[in-house]
Design a protein around this ligand. Structure first.
Ligand SMILES: C[S@@+](CC[C@H](N)C(=O)[O-])C[C@H]1O[C@@H](n2cnc3c(N)ncnc32)[C@H](O)[C@@H]1O
Length: 289
């Protein structure tokens, strides 16, 4: 049995295709046009390294593996956050095995917070076993402001707070790709006991209790666009062609028009689902259409 994060399907693969294609552009074309200092990869929900696709019985490489595999020569630092202790251990063990790395794992006591850190110095990787809402705010407050961050926010469920996003946007110097839990927000908005989670995700109480998926995605986009520097925010609704019960929207925010244009064409491409299918090692989409 796989000990990796479970629950992925075709839209998981599509999400990772978009992530990887953007990292490709970001690290090749854009690098030659932008004058940055250090570049950091920040992954707020790193998972176990791979995602188990129940329906196929396979594990596919997740965000941290993809970022380190192809871009470790480009990013000066990798900050990975994972709250679940078992997932945290699976993650550093998986990265060690795949990339032949050695992690020093130890507890850290910072300001009374007790959490585990896995450290590797070449490449520079820090995996923090903590709530990334706290961790990213701490990093934004305490690290230098000159490094440029690519930040991937990939929760399952409503665990990424809007206040964390605001902290990142206030810091600036950041590109953000976020997995907005559209169906999760819609279901939670309809259930009074879950309104606290919606409030944390949306950042306020200004949202309807019953609206469509499109409307919940649009409301979130509009809220982010109140920050003028990142207009327009891009969104891409992802529903697996074979199972439309659950939708998430990838949301992209940055201040650079070149980066935004690149992401727009990646999100709008015609071949996304074929590529996602290829991630499963199978050809053809006849099962789905
Ligand atoms: C969808 S998975 C991440 C998948 C990963 N990005 C990948 O591509 O392989 C979400 C992960 O976030 C973790 N998580 C949930 N809440 C968190 C939080 N507040 N801070 C950090 N990690 C969290 C979960 O334990 C889970 O492993």
């Amino acid at each position: 049995m796989s000990n990796h994060f479970s629950g992925g399907d075709l839209k998981t693969a599509a999400k990772l295709v978009i992530l990887e294609e953007y990292l490709d552009v970001y690290t090749t074309i854009l690098d030659t046009h932008w004058e940055w200092g250090d570049l950091w990869y920040v992954d707020t929900h790193s998972g176990t390294g791979k995602t188990h696709i129940d329906e196929k019985g396979i594990d596919i490489d997740g965000s941290a593996i993809r970022a380190i595999e192809d871009y470790s020569g480009f990013f000066d630092r990798f900050y990975l956050y994972e709250l679940n202790e078992e997932h945290f251990h699976t993650l550093h063990q998986t990265l060690s095995e795949i990339f032949d790395l050695s992690f020093d794992v130890s507890p850290v006591d910072t300001n009374g917070e007790d959490f585990l850190v896995a450290r590797c110095d070449d490449p520079y990787i820090r995996i923090m076993q903590m709530d990334s809402n706290q961790g990213v705010s701490f990093l934004a407050d305490n690290a230098n402001s000159t490094s440029h961050w690519f930040t991937f926010i990939d929760p399952k469920g409503l665990t990424a707070k809007r206040s964390t996003l605001d902290t990142l946007l206030d810091r600036g110097n950041v590109d953000i790709l976020l997995n907005y839990q559209t169906t999760g927000v819609m279901r939670s908005a309809a259930a009074e006991h879950a309104h606290g989670a919606v409030r944390r995700t949306m950042g306020d109480d200004d949202w309807p209790e019953a609206a469509s998926r499109e409307e919940y995605a649009e409301i979130y986009k509009q809220k982010l666009e109140e920050n003028r520097d990142i207009r327009p925010v891009l969104t891409k609704g992802l529903e697996s062609p074979d199972d439309r019960r659950c939708r998430f929207d990838l949301v992209f925010a940055c201040t650079n028009d070149g980066a935004r244009n690149a992401m727009e064409s990646i999100m709008d491409q015609d071949t996304l689902w074929e590529k996602a299918q290829d991630e499963f090692g199978q050809s053809g989409l006849s099962d789905f259409f």
